[in-house]
Ligand binder design. Sequence first.
Ligand SMILES: Nc1ncnc2c1ncn2[C@@H]1O[C@H](COP(=O)(O)OP(=O)(O)OP(=O)(O)O)[C@@H](O)[C@H]1O
Length: 215
Amino acid sequence: MGAVLTTDELTFTYPRAREPVISDWTGSFDAGTMTALVGASGSGKSTLLFLLGLMMKPTSGTVTVQGIDATASHDAHRSHLRAHRYGFIFQDACLDPRRSVIANILQPATLRGTSHKTLRSCAEEMMQEMGVTVPPQRRPGQISGGQAQRIALCRALLHDPPIILADEPTGNLDPASAEVVVAELRRRADKGACVLIVTHTPAVAEACDETIELG
Ligand SMILES: Nc1ncnc2c1ncn2[C@@H]1O[C@H](COP(=O)(O)OP(=O)(O)OP(=O)(O)O)[C@@H](O)[C@H]1O
């Protein structure tokens, strides 16, 4: 399967920093491949993920998403690409505490203009597949960390994105929940998604097809 995400001489320097964190980084990530980004703390793994996820603009160089030069795109187009083609998972589930868990899962669908009615049953089905047995109306403050991360996974994957970026998705999890998360990411890659995982956990890197070390 072909390249989904590519970078050409990507360089990023934080404002007021002297040295770039990412320097002339050229790489390519394929459909159907799960890649681990590893490296020492501070080596730039999250920064690279944010650049690949179009959350930050590079100082120079390009990020190409399914053939589109996202670096040259205007902000609205980048937001559109993020909402439709990406699924993001972070170390902390980052659920909205004011909304029920089901509303959290459905919330990004609003950005995509999809009807909640159509998606609600899919969302509840996904909760079951992930083994989250809590009532859909429960608030994030009333569920465990492992359950919250699995809800975050449902939220990120409901629209079946071709690109999945995960920043230490198992960092705060018990082993059983971590296994569910990694197995689901693996399953998505096997179905054709391009999956990138920043991780410090050797077992997670071992579940990947490739490992890229920064630093
Ligand atoms: N907002 C920021 N402003 C300035 N410097 C930053 C900012 N965010 C990160 N950095 C610096 O950029 C470098 C890379 O940070 P980054 O978070 O990408 O590393 P990392 O490899 O993901 O680290 P960790 O494994 O500890 O999460 C670090 O030296 C960090 O201090």
